[in-house]
Ligand binder design. Structure first.
Ligand code: GDP
Ligand code: MG
Length: 312
């Protein structure tokens, strides 16, 4: 059971339209009219998957299993290859999936740190998350620990207002850790349920950025030993392969408990969700399918694959 009632299948389908055209429609065209699926057809499907941001390794897993099914089946005409690929795609997502929200009621405050490079959608996603938690009846505060960028506070404040939640901020240039510290202190004192901490995506250099994240975590743990409950890495789905590289970099320096993949609307690179899932073995928690406050959806492997394959 998800904590949020935020899955809108129609919107999910619409959001995945470009990926569907690139991925699923190509597969369907490849197999259509073929009475028997032979190895050459599977080779074609393999190529479609590889070039759809699913990546080589993940494609090999999927196609490997499909080939086996094909080999085991005496009557090849009975094989629905599209269904086989669909099933394997679901498996890839499910094997790295854990459901959301189970722990939120066990910790108070429940602390979520949101990280990722500049422009991936951290602040927007925090606004959407705050909205969802608020709708679920929880008392939410957001902490503006991106003190590096001039407009960062204002932008988070706009989102906090939209979501109807509180914000804690200091002037630009403040120590991000001190903002995180004070936000959590305030949350404890004033009985907040959820703390969402926004962070900078770019500092003077990469080492500085990673050091700063480490420091925020240490400082949080000083206020509350279990903090943060989650460290969510936001990745921009439109960047395809690059999102995979970013995740690999972040996980080297900090424990990432979950992923949020944004901007799946308007990109044909949604296949990257499969690659990210299978390569990183970190669960995808949420996906962004638009710019408005209702455009964050809890990630559900089966629904995601169904939405991708549903053409009508
Ligand atoms: N289309 C679309 N745009 C998004 C989504 N999430 C974020 N954005 C846009 O991405 C841009 C950068 O977002 P922002 O939250 O400022 O990124 P940050 O630098 O990581 O905090 C903004 O223009 C957002 O509207 C999404 O799911 N879909
Ligand atoms: Mg931001």
């Amino acid at each position: 059971m998800s904590l949020f009632d935020n899955i809108n299948f129609k919107k999910l389908k619409e959001g995945l339209a470009k990926t569907r055209t690139k991925l699923i429609n190509s597969i369907t065209e490849t197999v259509s009219g073929k009475a028997v699926i032979d190895n050459a057809t599977l080779d074609e499907i393999e190529e479609i998957l590889i070039t759809s941001d699913i990546g080589f390794d993940t494609t090999e897993i999927i196609i490997g299993k499909a080939r086996k099914t094909l080999k085991d089946e005496k009557d090849r005409s009975a094989i629905n290859v599209v269904e086989t690929v669909k099933k394997e795609l679901s498996e890839v997502l499910k094997s790295n999936y854990t459901s959301n929200g189970d722990d939120v009621n066990k910790f108070k405050p429940y602390i979520i740190l949101v990280v990722g490079v500049n422009g991936v959608g951290k602040t927007t996603t925090i606004g959407k998350l705050a909205h969802n938690f608020n709708k679920a009846g929880l008392k939410v505060i957001v902490g503006a620990a991106d003190t590096f960028r001039a407009a960062a506070n204002e932008q988070l404040e706009i989102w906090a207002n939209r979501a109807g939640v509180e914000i804690y901020q200091k002037e630009k240039g403040s120590d991000p850790s001190s903002v995180a510290f004070d936000t959590v202190k305030k949350a404890q004192k004033e009985n907040f349920d959820i703390v969402l901490i926004d962070t900078a995506g770019r500092l003077h250099n990469k080492t500085h950025l990673m050091d700063e994240l480490g420091k925020i975590k240490r400082v949080l743990a000083k206020v509350i030993p279990y903090a943060p409950n989650e460290t969510l890495l936001v990745l921009d789905g439109t960047t395809g392969q690059n999102a995979v590289f970013q995740a690999e970099e972040f996980r080297k320096v900090t424990d990432i408990t979950g992923l949020i993949i944004t901007k799946l609307d308007g990109t044909a690179k949604g296949g990257v969700v499969f690659q990210i899932s299978s390569k990183l073995k970190i669960p995808v928690k949420y996906i962004g399918v638009g710019e408005t406050i209702d455009d964050l959806q809890t990630f559900d492997p089966d629904l995601f694959v169904s939405a991708l394959f549903e053409t009508s």
